[in-house]
Design a protein around this ligand. Structure first.
Ligand code: NIG
Ligand code: FE
Length: 431
């Protein structure tokens, strides 16, 4: 009789995984472990053994394991990796902004659209008008799509309410999605995503409101693990971001930042100063900012699809790793600056436009993504004691992830030892 969460993957062309229980920084990002003819055993949802197939099977037999309780998958010709961690998304929102994308194609800038009451504020209007049921149904479809790309854990931000009620609704929807869907959802409170019309020109008072009226409830009800802020010229200043994140940290929400995305404002330096878990975007981060982030152990979360979509210069991924930073890679899926949940597109851009190697890209999508959501102890690598979250590629090497441009090479996804996506059921796409 098979038991839930028991699975053995055998004969894999390779097992490719970073190792560790915290982010890998600098040159160590390239140190993937690659085991030819590999196997992974998962018992009750947790990895128990990883190694060459013959060795793993011999160990299981020697330990007296009842192999009839395990599902067995023959992964011959296929690579096996940890499930991807998409550590920066805005997945719960109402409405879309296709017309705004068309304006941007004609040259109107992202920030101009926001200053005129569109952009994030347009999604705020649609999200305030959406019921929890509608947001849940949309979120579930988006998680299905992310899962097919090999994502087993995703971070999601609020920030399309900018009022107490809607911010809480977004976070409650994320909690419901986490319970209902195989993909784990890590919630981040981002009430400081923009200044709402009610507080136009009064960003400081809006920060006061968030700290007094929203953060205590979010933290008290454990609706979020992190607090994020759009630290940007014309949105929240460095001083306002510092004040918000300090107050949120005192309430138990760990800090993250949208930093130096549009102009160099000193977001990277602020992230280092306050010991943020991650600083994200960083298109215009200074050399000093990179040095300080490396020294402070802040994960630099890069979102190349956003730079692509906004036609902005890419963050200096190569320089960050060379400066000793730990880099994570995420999609930034949202309805405005980056309407793409595609992991392969982000990976290809990281390779071609940020000069990351395939090995660094795997580490950035797995262990370092896990560190950026505070879960590197439990996920992000294939090692005994970690969750049995993994992907089986339809190709024999991890190198196909950035190489197959914009096309997913994920054939199967396993979450806590159970198969939750199988592309062969969809006819497969092997090219
Ligand atoms: O990460 N820059 C701020 N926030 C998002 C975009 C959100 C939106 O445009 O709706 C970002 O780019
Ligand atoms: Fe974002």
């Amino acid at each position: 009789m098979k038991k839930d969460g028991n699975i053995i993957i055998i004969n894999a062309a390779e097992i490719a995984t970073p190792r560790g229980r915290s982010a890998r920084a600098g040159a160590s990002m390239a140190a993937l472990e690659v085991i030819p003819d590999g196997a992974v055993a998962v018992e009750g949802g947790t990895i128990t053994r990883v190694g060459p197939t013959a060795q793993v099977m011999a160990e299981l037999r020697a330990a007296g394991a009842d192999l009839s309780t395990y599902e067995t998958i023959d992964a011959a010709g296929r690579a096996v990796l940890p499930g991807f961690v998409d550590s920066h998304t805005h997945l719960v929102f109402g409405g879309y902004r296709a017309e705004e994308y068309a304006w941007r194609l004609k040259g109107v800038s992202y920030m101009d659209i926001l200053q005129r009451g569109g952009g994030i504020l347009s999604t705020v209007r649609a999200t305030r008008a959406a019921s929890a049921e509608e947001l849940f149904a949309l979120g579930r479809r988006r998680l299905d799509s992310m899962l097919a790309f090999g994502v087993t854990t995703v971070e999601g931000k609020s920030g399309y309410g900018l009022d107490r009620e809607t911010e809480i609704r977004q976070l409650e929807v994320m909690a419901a999605l986490d319970r209902a869907h195989p993909v784990d959802v890590v919630p981040t409170f981002m009430g400081a995503h923009a200044v709402p019309p009610e507080y136009k020109g009064r960003a400081d008072e809006f920060v006061d409101f968030l700290l007094a009226e929203v953060v205590p409830e979010v933290a008290g009800r454990k609706l979020a693990e992190f607090c994020d802020v759009f630290c940007e010229q014309g949105v929240f200043s460095v001083a306002q971001s510092r004040r918000l994140l300090a107050g949120a940290a005192a309430a138990g929400l760990r800090p993250k930042l949208h930093a130096d995305e549009i102009v160099p404002l000193g977001g990277a330096e602020l992230a280092a100063e306050i010991g943020a878990v991650s600083a994200d975007h960083l298109l215009h981060a200074s050399d000093e900012g990179l040095r300080r982030m490396a020294a402070a152990g802040v994960v630099a979360t890069l979102l190349p699809t956003t730079a692509f979509s906004l036609r902005e210069p890419y963050a200096r991924g190569r320089a960050m790793i060379d400066a000793g930073c730990a880099v994570a890679l995420a999609t930034d899926f949202n309805p405005g600056s980056c309407f793409s949940e595609s992991i392969p597109l982000a990976a290809a851009l990281a390779a071609l436009c940020m000069q990351l190697s395939p090995e660094e890209i795997v580490t950035a999508l797995t262990l370092n993504g896990a560190a950026a959501v505070g879960r590197a102890e439990r996920i992000g690598s294939l090692e005994p004691g970690k969750l049995g979250d993994l992907v089986i590629l339809e190709h024999p090497s991890y190198r196909f992830i950035p190489y197959h441009l914009g096309v997913s090479t994920v054939e199967k996804v396993i979450k806590r030892g159970g198969v939750v996506f199988d592309n062969l059921n969809h006819g497969g796409t092997r090219c």
